[in-house]
Design a protein around this ligand. Sequence first.
Ligand code: FES
Length: 410
Amino acid sequence: MNEKNDDFKITVKSNTKDLFAFTKLVPKRKKRIHKAPAEPLTSDPINDLARKLHPIRQYLVIDEIKDETKTTKTYKLVSDPDFNTEDLAFFRAGQYLSLKVDVNGVRITRPYSISSSPKDALNGFYEITIRKEQHGFLTEHAWENWKVGTKITSSGPEGLFYYDNLRDCKQIVGLAGGSGITPFRSIAKDIIDENSDAKLVVLYGSSDEEDIIFYEEFNELEKEYPDKFKAVFVLSCEEVTLEGCEQGFLTSEIIKKYADANNSSFFICGPQIMYNFVEKELEKLNIPPKRIRREAYGEIKDIVKYPGFPQEVAEKTFNIKVSIGEITKEIPGIATESVLVAMERANLAPPSKCRSGECGFCRSLLISGDVYVSPACDGRREADKKFNYFHPCSSYPISDIEIQVPRSLD
Ligand code: FES
């Protein structure tokens, strides 16, 4: 490089045979076109495969329900024979399905991690494991209404929370809290099914024994595949009597005790409050960010506690003028509820999947007014910020606003 002129000299080494081979390409292609049948193609195998792997929607039906704990159930979902979902889309262990459900006449979406193995999708089923939340809009509905035979619509598998052997260390440390354990069941099963040379050590925080999901199943997996899986149950209650449990929280000491922190990739999934705690513990161990993966944790529960949220508007309701498809409507927007929730309440069926600012599916244009974007879920690109695009799922109205929202494809 000539530094003065900033010129670059690039030398391309090639074999002259390559050039001659290139000259033959066009005649070869012409020959193939000439030989091809004259009838138009009725199907495109590449597009067919893409549609199978990334369906816009899947029609499912509940085939089995298993009680895991007093407040947690696993739902086995199979293709609904009344619709055109023949094969379930394959997925990467750790991904989620965005369920689309009508609750009291309001169409909502909720992301749930798939808790079964990717291999099970090839055998015709997914499992999702749902814990009933207090005042959980969808979970309360599911508890009261879902039974074997209930039909459910979902997206294709989504999300970036998966193990990649090219990117991640062979030792995976899962830091899970509460129902955040569900993707790790899928990852553990996948490692075993694929006979992968990775090992998953899950440090699973729960409040007490009754709160633990998959206790027996994890112990059995560990016994059978000690070189592939280990589960450590960490209980925050005062007294711990259950075998194989630690008392306390997911601290750096516990992590060091069970994992080789310098040679591990860390995957975090759990309630929002756990992320701040665990990330500080990982900082103590000097874990570089490239070895930490976080599952998007859905909508923020208590937005007023986030830095920079303007407290003076916390009690206010603003006017949101929404243009979505052909419809323009003015709706109320509570400052402490996301713009996405405001649109769902107004039954505008806005697009959404992750509800965490990650997937970009709800990306919309802010024409006027201001929103507070939660720093924990700000997935906007720099260009989005510059041109006023935002994610309604992770943004809160802090003035009257006017927005333009893409119509949901499904
Ligand atoms: S739903 Fe994924 S970014 Fe909003």
